[in-house]
Design a protein around this ligand. Structure first.
Ligand code: IMP
Ligand code: MG
Length: 179
């Protein structure tokens, strides 16, 4: 593996402002209702922990783990459930929490799949969004921050399983690249 160095793109203070804003929107939109917040592992775990502690409407927490396969030139992918939810979402308000939307294929396929379980409503909250990379129409209902087409790590996001624990969102650059 090429050695990578990192620089901060979004610091922890900015991230907390973003989480506060998102939780405010969610609390307002779901006032008087219960939600099932479903974190998509592993990337969402830190964002999820921050977000749900700011949510004041009645909340059930669950997690799923999925992996996506993109077939050749096709613009559709297949999402495979690695770990399914434990709760039954039939008739419930579901809020999916993801770390980042890139091509959008993971979310789009996951939404299709969850709709088959007949939730009362299904919305998506993402920490980060790379709109330039989109290959499907999908739009998250709650977006923390739109970012340029850079590969980021930290705050739950990884490169080959590493850097998830960094408290700030950082850009990876090849060693010797511009600082
Ligand atoms: P999509 O299906 O292309 O939208 O892929 C979304 C998934 O790709 C995310 O849940 C992340 O796991 C991963 N991903 C996309 N962009 C980044 C990035 O910049 N850093 C780390 N992981 C990323
Ligand atoms: Mg992920």
């Amino acid at each position: 593996m090429t050695h990578m160095v990192k620089r901060v793109m979004i610091d922890r203070a900015k991230i907390q402002e973003m989480v506060d804003r998102l939780a405010g929107e969610i609390n307002r939109d779901y006032e008087g209702q219960e939600i099932i917040v479903v974190g998509i592992l592993k990337g969402s775990f830190i964002f999820m922990a921050d977000l749900v502690r700011k949510i004041t409407v009645p909340t059930l927490i669950d997690f799923m783990s999925v992996s996506s396969y993109y077939g050749g030139t096709k613009t559709s992918g297949i999402v495979k459930i690695v770990k399914d939810m434990d709760v039954n979402i039939n008739g419930k308000n579901v809020l999916i929490v993801e770390d980042i939307v890139d091509s959008g294929l993971t979310l789009s396929n996951l939404k299709d799949l969850l709709y088959t379980k007949d939730p009362a409503s299904l919305k998506v909250c993402v920490a980060f969004d790379k709109p330039d990379r989109r290959k499907t129409e999908i739009r998250a209902d709650y977006v923390g921050m739109s970012i340029p087409d850079e590969f980021i790590v930290g705050y739950g996001l990884d490169y080959a399983g590493r850097y998830r624990n960094l408290p700030d969102v950082c850009i990876l650059e090849p060693d010797g690249g511009k600082k």
